[in-house]
Write a protein that binds this ligand. Sequence first.
Ligand code: OSB
Ligand code: MG
Length: 381
Amino acid sequence: MTENYIFFQENNIKIERLEIREINLPLVHYFETSFGRTEKRRILLTKIFCDGAVGHGECTAGENPFFSHETIDTAWIIIKNVLAPIAIGKEWTAPSEVSQLFKQIRGHQMARAAVENSCWDMTARINNITLHELLGGTRKNIPCGVSIGIQNTPEQLLEKIRIEVEAGYQRIKIKIKPGWDYDILKLVRQTFPDITLSVDANSAYTLADINLLKSLDEFNLLMIEQPLNHDDIVNHSHLQKQISTDICLDEPITSLDKTRKAIEMKSGRIINIKLGRVGGFSEAIKIHNYCEQHNIPVWCGGMLEAGIGRSHNIAMSALPGFILPGDVSASKRYFEEDIIEPPVTVNKDGFITILQISGTGYEPKEEYIERITVRKEMFTA
Ligand code: OSB
Ligand code: MG
């Protein structure tokens, strides 16, 4: 295993107490993908305690099992009944050891990631270093793109694209599904001939749609993300041979092993790394390193995260292989008020400046978080 991150602490640390809570946060605008529309987020936050130090995590599971089998409710049960009893009281020196504690668990990556990532967060704080430095990150700022959902009308979509292009975002990704694809892209390209554009189907097509998928080659797309089934790598390999647009895999990339198989099968030429989907920072770093060695560009995906998850995505995006603009954008695109201070902002050239402050540099707003909490539980040894 290649470990390019560093750790300094001399004393072993452990989770003495683990708190989980659910917060409810409305989105400023609905977000619609081929699998459905989200208007408000239910988000599970984790917080761990050790000898006066704390670490924060955010679970990226959605409200429904449509993107992944996991939901906020399954993650709650798994953390409570499985992860907390395993992890509480066990000493570690590097947070990657926490991912080893969870090795025998099948699936439930998003639940595992929330706990493991809290340990990375705490380790950075205890050592008074930045999280991106702890992970092995080298970038000072990260290029940003936006993901724009399916809209009620084509005019509304054009207006949203115009706003984000003017804000400086470096890449526009739009969601597609059967009936909201070729004609929409034709209109978008006529209106914005020169923008860097990609599409995400969230598994809405099958190989029977080959003619439609081939026809998208005419739009000079940066990539087509996850056109086929959520756990497929075989059919994507067939498809990639027949289209010139680069396929990017999202949903099936749940581990280093799945990544290696997808790359060996030539199922796509680009990989979207999502911290929750792969089970946390340790696995994400391994996937990043593997892709870098195989000249596969990666970028950081998003899951409509609130500030804690967003700040972890920023830290991960500092790794050198994250060369394509990610789906990590400004807090205000999602929420009236984010749960961190300062909120995430993007400069007019479409970059997020990585804060050079220990931890993530973004502090959770405890009082606000308490006010929007709908349930919480604390676990101890
Ligand atoms: O497929 O990338 C996806 C949001 C929820 C679930 C899946 C996806 C997305 C996004 C939004 O595209 C990315 C973001 O802005 O957070
Ligand atoms: Mg996607």
